[in-house]
Design a protein around this ligand. Sequence first.
Ligand SMILES: Cc1cc2nc3c(=O)[nH]c(=O)nc-3n(C[C@H](O)[C@H](O)[C@H](O)COP(=O)(O)OP(=O)(O)OC[C@H]3O[C@@H](n4cnc5c(N)ncnc54)[C@H](O)[C@@H]3O)c2cc1C
Length: 467
Amino acid sequence: MSHNIEREQPIIVWFRDDFRLQDNPAFDAAVKTGQLIIPVFTLEPKNRWSYGEASKLWLGATLRQLNSDLKVRGSYLVCLKGEPNTLLQFLIEKTNARSIYWNRRYDPSGVSVDKAIFSNLKSRCDIKSFEGRLLSEPTTLKSGGGTPYKVFTPFYKMCLKVGFDIAVSSPPDRIMSPSLLNLGDSLESILPQPQLQWQKVLIKQWSIGERAALKKLDTFISGTLQQYSEGRDFPGRGHISFLSPHLRFGEISIRRVWYEIQCAVELAPQLTACAEAWGRQLFWRDFAYSVLFHFPYTSEKPLRGESNDYLWLDDEGGFISWTQGKTGFPIIDAGMRELWATGFMHNRVRMLVASFLCKHLGVHWLKGAEWFWNTLVDADLASNTFGWQWSAGCGADAAPYFRIFNPVTQSKKFDPEGVYIKRWIPELRHLTSKTIHEPGNEGYMQPIVELSVGRSAALARYARSKC
Ligand SMILES: Cc1cc2nc3c(=O)[nH]c(=O)nc-3n(C[C@H](O)[C@H](O)[C@H](O)COP(=O)(O)OP(=O)(O)OC[C@H]3O[C@@H](n4cnc5c(N)ncnc54)[C@H](O)[C@@H]3O)c2cc1C
């Protein structure tokens, strides 16, 4: 079917971290108009926090999936590389589009790009932005004093009080788009298929895309959700959802997730406590976004503790051992090896490895955040920054500086049988659950730091900085 795009004035739907056709407010609104739709993705020029190495792999795979979901509906994804401002102007000229729809983003770079595009193009086309990423909109939530929240519990209570709309939608069977315009680059040229062995191994472990995300939610709700409250802190058990990369890339709508959980509780009220515990985690994500949105400098500088530079030591050797999972502390090494092999790490272990790096080794939280940024498939500027500042004791609602996780006692508590350690460190599989947590076992590398020494030194540094 061919269309006269001169007359039809199509709508550009600009996909950015919302790679789904279901429950996608910007896309839904465009479909409702009955106009032709031009789905677009732009790979923006590199900036400080452009996609990391692992998330770039995920991005390529999810875009391929989105493109094929569009193709079966008669449409396609226009992929472009460069400054979005220039690219969108070019598209408007070529296609006679009169509207651009997108879902809002909240990271400092995204916010400033979107503001610039809005002021440049608003006279030439109708630009509409939608809420498609969070449960709560950071712009609307303020504490009693009129300032942004810095503590989670009042933020959470306010979110529940204010509530949010949930519009559940399905994509249409056909999506009317202008006939192929030969615009754009091929996806393969801007995001090539994985070439290196580690890339291939890593990406093979995940099912990527909207259908996979919905299936994972379904499996979680009908399976491990009922063990979440009790099991979520035990990395060996897998009683978590593993949804973070899907949420990161917007393959599933967070509001749809919330809706499905409420439906599950209605059908099975015994799930209430676990569903509440899990739902609360979703609001930690919102909270992290709210902090980054209101305090954009936090991606580089701590929210609290003006100048705490002298907290940090220059322990390059320690940092490298940490990245390689060779610190000599089994739970730390297991976490870092899980990260390298899968692009994921369990939340409890993320807290332990981050605390170990910042406190026992005295390495700057930003170095850890950068390593995570490159290796996590769910690398997300809001949650990653938040998690690192929390661990380093200089963020919103952060762990107090004197809370220094002891990796051995934490390991005994949360991986009592050593299941997680044995999964990632084969050379320790012969050890008993009594000995496996300790550093210094025969045949394993020696610990790179004496825990009591690292702890005392950290306390002394933190006391000086009054962080
Ligand atoms: C140092 C550090 C760095 C982190 N970096 C990231 C990151 O880059 N991207 C990321 O998505 N999460 C990050 N987290 C948060 C958390 O570890 C992951 O979201 C979680 O492990 C993902 O597993 P899951 O999907 O099975 O979570 P579940 O336990 O099933 O929770 C459901 C969802 O809630 C959200 N969530 C859960 N815990 C948190 C949390 N503490 N903060 C924010 N959101 C949360 C996630 O979207 C998660 O998918 C980090 C935490 C720490 C301590």
